[in-house]
Design a protein around this ligand. Structure first.
Ligand code: PLP
Length: 358
């Protein structure tokens, strides 16, 4: 019977894997680029008061204009742009791929980069072409242009800064991609709060550009909220496939509250940037690894003297959870560490030294 039901599913599903999330109970959690800081008690009390007024018996606002306006006031961009709100930016990536999923359409991204672009394309059944980054994890502009000419992708995903390498790419290369593409180019600024550069001001001059952002890395991963900004006419079409009420009422109220109290988040992002600098310094002094400079809230390291997976396991035994990316294409021997609090970073560095000396 079960097999009969399974035979009704799309056969591609058997090739897919569930997105794996390790259990972090009791561990120093440095695997998912979360903000390590909580809120002062007074802020929590104000927040609880705000959400206590939620009309839980009613459907949430379907397309909350006031929240979009607050986002625009805080992050831009220009007035002729509109925004689409998502249950996390993952949902918006899925919506974009669904929107272009007609026979023969494809998407393009780079490798190594955020794995969900490819995973979502696979789950929807859209072909995803991937161009390798160069040896410095920079865009290979020539190869990108060749792929754009050859495949005419309906959608290109570029994470800026890139995950998991943490770097920004050459602006000129990105502009060339925007100029050469007949399809949409999504600049995914999930790590924007920690980066020295943004493409927000470039939306005005690039009609085919969409800017993707998330609240997750700012310190609001639990509420699942992301937004996509772009040309109003394009956003209006994309909005047709957004499920009604995709942003629940508690998320809407919490995001509004966060924007009303944005100074605290900006300060936390500043602290994280400064902790990133200290962590990078500490990692640079450890023999047997090479850290890569980062514009995000994580640092990629390459393990030079040991097997990276063994180092990862050793850290886990010491109750430190990071992300083992060493099996991904282009990331041999690499591990990714989220920037934690000062104490967490010290625990991690001590555990790493321990692992490398065994
Ligand atoms: C580049 C990039 N984009 C998007 C996301 C998804 O973020 P969320 O769905 O939490 O908004 C992530 C998560 O790690 C990411 O690294």
């Amino acid at each position: 019977m079960a097999n009969d039901m399974l035979s009704r599913l799309r056969p591609e599903l058997t090739k897919l894997q569930t997105y794996a999330v390790p259990d972090a109970t009791g561990l120093v959690k440095l695997d998912a680029m979360e903000n390590p800081f909580t809120w002062p008690v007074a802020m929590r009390t104000k927040w609880l008061d705000r959400i206590s007024h939620a009309q839980i018996n009613r459907y949430p606002e379907p397309n909350p204009e006031h929240l979009k306006q607050k986002l625009k006031d805080q992050f831009g961009p220009r007035d002729s742009c509109d925004m689409l709100l998502g249950n996390g930016s993952d949902e918006l990536i899925q919506l974009l791929v669904l929107a272009i999923a007609k026979p023969g359409a494809c998407i393009l991204t780079v490798s190594p980069s955020f794995s969900m672009y490819q995973m979502i394309a696979e789950m929807i059944g859209v072909e995803c072409h991937v161009v390798a980054l160069d040896e410095n994890y920079q865009l290979d502009a020539t190869a990108m242009l060749a792929a754009i000419n050859k495949y005419d992708p309906a959608l290109i995903f570029l994470a800026y800064p890139n995950n998991p390498t943490g770097n920004l790419w050459d602006r000129g290369d990105i502009q060339t991609i925007l100029d050469s593409s007949q399809g949409m180019v999504v600049i995914d600024e999930a790590y924007g709060p920690f980066a020295a550069d943004s493409f927000t001001d470039d939306l005005a001059k690039n009609n085919n550009m969409l800017l993707l952002r998330t609240a997750s890395k700012l310190g609001l991963a639990a509420i699942r909220f992301g937004w996509l900004a772009g040309d109003a006419a394009l956003i209006s079409e994309l909005n047709k496939i957004r499920l009604p009420y995709n942003i629940n009422q508690l998320t809407q109220l919490t995001m509004e509250f966060a924007l009303d109290n944005y100074a605290m988040f900006a300060e936390q992002a500043d602290t994280i940037r400064s902790l990133r600098g200290s962590l990078f310094g500490q990692l640079s002094a450890i023999e047997g690894i090479k850290p890569f400079a980062s514009e995000a809230n994580f640092i990629l390291i390459k393990v030079l003297t040991h097997d990276a997976s063994i180092v990862f396991d050793h850290l886990l035994k010491q109750k430190v959870l990071i992300k083992n990316v060493s099996k991904q294409t282009g990331l041999a021997q690499c591990l990714r560490i989220t920037v934690g609090s000062k104490e967490e970073n010290k625990i991690f560095c001590d555990a790493l030294i321990n692992a490398l000396s065994s």
